[in-house]
Design a binder for this molecule. Structure first.
Ligand SMILES: Cc1ncc(COP(=O)(O)O)c(C=O)c1O
Length: 472
């Protein structure tokens, strides 16, 4: 053990944690995101929207495992579904059928029939990025083309295929290319419009710019002789998640879809983070009145209990004639623990009015954030939200220059666990996203009451006052 550890005051819990940290430093890969925080943080217990550290201190969680645990830690109904399945059919090779798999696929298929008037099928996998990989296979298989569009600021996962269509170069830098890199198109991030326009009078200039790519074959995308694009699909997040919970203007997607439809380019909708009511509707894309050709989902389908992801594709893209048995497979793809919880979660979403819950609580939360922005204009440059997907953009004195350093300090301060929640020692769990890593992306638990939302905002205000006292 290092000298520093021998010098620490005696406390059984503290010493044990130090030992674990030493072991982690030596034996765990640092290739995941644990070391974004220094020192990394241990948690011991979770309940509702609170995480508890090894000393029992509660931390109010405003990110809920990047929106994977939207329905609350230890959700009784979903936990029971998992427990029942463990005693009934805990394991089964995915080459055999089980009831929950079929019922879950049918539930999602029927939902999409009613929402979009489209027939389709569901294919399961275990992680978001793997489901994205499956969707790339479906796109390539049905169009015979490799090239796709994706958005600047988009995030689709870190497998080799998914990182090829994720905009940040840092996810590819060490590994070279395996799959074709997407052509990245500016997202309508109106607070920082990539074209320097204002949403009030831009006339959707960004869609026009995209459409101009097809004006002539010399722009490299289009063959006018065959009326065919070299690009098979456009991968979108209706609301950019890792990109900073950026919400496009309502007219954007219908206009983009028109350009795609006229060129026979598929729309692939990544709902991995925003699906399952995070943005006020079952699918976030429903807020924008367009019909996707493929939907990819994951995270909150099982409330983070047992990994299950998947995709839904229109029948003509995934029918057994075009996507035959064995076209894609993974050992754990439709694992029965995952499908059992997923099925119960979808039933729960049918029983409860999550549209109303997320819309009303989200509106309440956003109003508090707007008030905070009004009071701290030298810290908060922008706030926005749709359903319970909320953003707070941390900026410099001018309310515009991204302030990544202050964002990092506020994040770390929340993790100290010594804020004051009306007399109770508490921490605040936040997540940082955004193009400049200066956005707090809030994905609160759907169960939070208005009073608890008030407490969350009070804790956030304490972070501002502690970390930027000269700007309050
Ligand atoms: C929109 C989106 N797509 C894909 C992924 C990748 O999912 P996973 O981390 O489960 O591979 C994520 C994860 O954050 C995501 O937010």
């Amino acid at each position: 053990m290092s000298t520093a550890i021998n010098e620490t005051p005696p406390s059984s819990c503290y010493t044990e944690e130090q030992e674990l940290l030493e072991l982690e430093r030596k034996y765990c890969s640092w290739g995941d995101t644990v070391h974004y925080l220094d020192p990394p943080k241990f948690f011991d217990r979770a309940e509702g929207h609170y995480l508890y550290d090894r000393e029992g201190t509660p931390y109010l969680d405003l990110q809920m495992w990047y929106s994977a645990a939207s329905f609350g830690y230890g959700n009784r109904r979903l936990n029971d579904a998992l427990k029942n399945q463990i005693d009934k059919l805990p394991q089964l090779a995915c080459q055999y059928l089980h009831t929950e798999k079929v019922e879950l696929a049918a539930a999602i298929g029927r939902l999409n029939e009613s929402k979009f008037g489209l027939e389709g099928r569901v294919h399961f996998n275990v992680g978001g990025a793997q489901a994205i990989e499956d969707s790339l296979k479906i796109v390539r298989n049905s169009t015979g083309k490799n090239h796709v569009f994706a958005f600047m600021g988009g995030y689709h996962g870190r497998t080799l295929g998914a990182s090829a269509i994720t905009s940040s170069y840092r996810y590819r830098r060490r590994f070279g290319h395996f799959s074709d890199r997407a052509h990245f198109v500016p997202f309508p991030y109106c607070f920082r419009c990539p074209y320097g326009k204002k949403p009030e009078d831009c006339g959707l200039y960004c869609v026009d710019q995209f459409a101009r790519n097809f004006d002539t074959e010399y722009n490299s995308f289009w063959d006018p002789k065959t009326n065919e694009s070299e690009f098979a699909a456009f991968y979108v997040e209706a609301i950019q998640a890792t990109g900073g919970y950026v919400i496009p203007p309502p007219e954007y997607f219908p206009a983009l879809k028109k350009v795609l439809d006229e060129r026979n380019i598929l729309l692939v909708d990544d709902e991995i983070q925003m699906g399952f009511y995070r943005a006020g509707k079952f699918w976030a894309i429903e807020n924008f009145n367009v019909e996707p050709d493929i939907i990819v989902f994951g995270k909150a389908l099982t409330n983070g209990l047992n990994p299950l992801s998947g995709l839904w594709a229109r029948e003509e893209l995934i029918s057994p004639e075009v996507f035959p048995p064995g076209a894609t497979h993974s050992t754990f793809s439709s694992n029965p623990l995952g499908t059992a919880v997923g099925l119960e979660a979808v039933r729960m979403m049918e029983d409860e009015n999550y549209e109303e819950i997320t819309r009303s609580k989200g509106a309440y939360f956003l109003a508090q954030l707007k008030e905070l922005q009004r009071r701290y204009p030298k810290v908060i440059g922008d706030t926005d939200g749709m359903g319970m997907a909320l953003r707070i953009e941390i900026c410099g004195h001018d309310g515009y220059e991204p302030d990544r350093e202050l964002t990092d300090r506020m994040f770390a301060e929340g993790m100290k666990g010594d804020l004051d929640a009306r007399g109770r020692r508490t921490g605040l769990v936040l997540d940082i996203g955004g193009y400049y890593k200066n956005v707090f992306t809030l994905a609160p638990c759907f169960d939070m009451t208005e009073d608890e939302i008030d407490i969350a905002v009070e804790l956030f205000e304490q972070l501002i006052r502690r970390c930027a006292p000269e700007r309050v």
